[in-house]
Design a protein around this ligand. Structure first.
Ligand code: FES
Length: 268
């Protein structure tokens, strides 16, 4: 039995805004009956504000609760604000969902995204590359779920998107997407050499030097070449070889933790 919050149970037992809107300005769909869950959301939009929202879903209690709270979250909101809502926001509004049920919040977000795409006449999601044919999950859906929720494993992606949860043939592709995503974000966060010097300097001055000074020691930054940080350790500590090794390890651990895990400290 899943551990549901009171809010999930409330929205499941008393779902708000169930139904359809005949003259809806935008309709969005996500999931499919073949996959076991499906959601259709209807929006009425006037002067850039969502004035009404209704939903129809075939799915579990979490799907009902996610859809219900989503309609409450968007009614009365400007469309630009609605566009920023993520699946995480939906899950948080419900005071959380069990990990295995996070895909219900993702389905709510996808249906909303689909409705907004239709409203703005943007490219349809159906043209995207499908990675998991069992659940009809696209590469973009998996990428977005990883990005928005910090997913790191294939099992987590399955919990959030269902991809990989049946025959498992797509698991290799999901792993490739995870690898590409983290490689890319690592590259994006790579520091320039100036940023690296500033950051290393700051950590040395504010965190490392004060610690060394407590034992009568000190540290001087000599140079930085790529990921190699050249430092001079001096003071009482420099008289003992073992203590220098310990100090060098301390400095390296600190810099790896606070600046970049690739850093290598060289004592000169
Ligand atoms: S192709 Fe993804 S589980 Fe079958």
């Amino acid at each position: 039995m899943w551990d549901y919050s009171e809010k999930v149970l409330d929205h499941y037992r008393n779902p708000r805004n169930v139904g359809s809107i005949e003259d809806a300005d935008a309709i969005g769909e996500a999931g499919s009956l073949a996959c076991g869950d499906s959601l259709k959301i209807y929006l009425k939009i006037e002067n850039g504000i969502v004035t009404d929202a209704k939903f129809q879903t075939f799915g579990c209690g979490s799907a009902v609760a996610s859809s219900s709270i989503l309609t409450e979250m968007i009614i009365g909101k400007p469309i630009e604000e609605v566009r920023k809502i993520t699946n995480k926001d939906i899950a948080e509004a419900l005071d959380g969902l069990p990990p295995e049920k996070m895909h219900c919040s993702v389905m709510g977000h996808e249906a909303l995204e689909d409705a907004l795409k239709n409203y703005f006449h943007e490219e349809a999601a159906s043209q995207e590359k499908i990675v998991c044919t069992c659940f009809n999950v696209s590469e973009k859906q998996i990428w977005d779920a990883i990005k928005e929720n910090g997913l790191k494993t294939v099992d987590e992606v399955t919990n959030y998107t269902k991809a990989g949860g049946a025959c498992g043939r797509c698991k290799g592709l999901i792993q490739d997407i995870i690898n590409t995503y983290y490689k890319k974000s690592e590259e994006e966060t790579k520091l320039t050499s100036t940023q690296m010097v500033l950051k290393v300097n700051k950590i040395i001055e504010t965190l490392i030097a004060p610690e060394l000074q407590k034992d009568g020691g000190g540290i001087e930054l000599i140079d930085i070449q790529g990921n190699k940080v050249m430092v001079k350790l001096y003071g009482r500590c420099s008289s003992c070889k073992n203590s220098l090794v310990t100090l060098k390890n301390f400095v390296e651990t600190m810099l790896k933790d606070k600046v970049s895990k690739d850093i290598e400290v060289i004592q000169v």
